[in-house]
Design a protein around this ligand. Structure first.
Ligand code: ZN
Length: 246
């Protein structure tokens, strides 16, 4: 259906402005390593980087129309995303655009709209160890992933995660402090696919981890539009002859 995926990597971009430690860790922005990695993937035709401070918040109708999969990183400025942009993203997802929501994007307007639930969770910032276990090795997002990905220092996210039951659960995280978390979740919304992937706190070098980047790339391919038929709905002619109405 296409000559390669058009990916837009959207970054709120505020921690980099406000925190020198984050700037040092990610001098070109938190999501730059993701964009660079995706740019090298077979089947990816283009990678656009967009940010909250761009014109139209980096989310114009034109950008969305040219996006097959949107990657979403945000944390401290969810409320600044304009409601009409959230409406536009939501409409594109129902039409078939994929979205990969990362880490603190669990509280973004678009993720909450897609889920319809609180999207709340437990958290703790102690730099503890996380093991991200594959619980569905047959899922395409698990392709080429080891049985678990170990991150030596992370922020903890713990259950209960206020989401609807995922259509497919690919990863469950264990944390050194004892909690667990559904860290790789898939849903279908209209013709669009949603992948939530937990890793990515701004003060740890998690988006330089090759295994994390590999999962994000797998998520992009999974969430890509299928090329299936557009929905035809409403009043409709019969496909086969019918007797006259009784
Ligand atoms: Zn965080």
């Amino acid at each position: 259906m296409n000559n390669g995926l058009r990916v837009t990597v959207w970054n709120e971009g505020r921690h980099e402005q406000q925190d020198a430690a984050v700037r040092k860790l990610y001098p070109d922005g938190l999501t730059k390593p993701i964009a660079v990695h995706l740019g090298k993937q077979p089947g990816v035709a283009s990678v656009r980087q967009a940010a909250l401070d761009d014109p139209d918040q980096g989310l114009s109708d034109g950008v969305l129309a040219e996006t097959d999969v949107l990657i979403w990183w945000a944390h401290i400025a969810h409320d600044e995303v304009a409601d009409d942009r959230v409406d536009a993203i939501h409409a594109r997802i129902l039409e078939g655009m994929g979205i990969v929501v990362l880490h603190s994007g669990h509280f973004s307007k678009i993720f909450k709209r897609l889920m319809g639930t609180s999207c709340d969770l437990k958290w703790r910032e102690m730099g503890e160890k996380e093991r991200i276990w594959v619980v569905d090795a047959a899922h395409p997002i698990a392709a080429g992933v080891p049985e678990c990905i170990e991150l030596p220092h992370t922020e903890m996210y713990g259950e209960p995660f206020g989401i609807p039951q995922p259509d497919q659960l690919v990863f469950v995280s264990w944390f050194q402090g004892g909690e667990v978390f559904r860290s790789g979740c898939c849903w279908h919304r209209g013709l669009g696919k949603v992948f939530y992937f937990r890793p990515g706190h701004e003060t740890y070098p998690i988006y330089y981890n090759e295994q994390v980047l590999h999962v994000i790339a797998n998520g992009v391919h999974w969430a890509a539009p299928s090329g299936g038929p557009a929905h035809q709905q409403g009043n409709t002619e019969a496909w086969e002859p019918l007797p006259p109405p009784a």
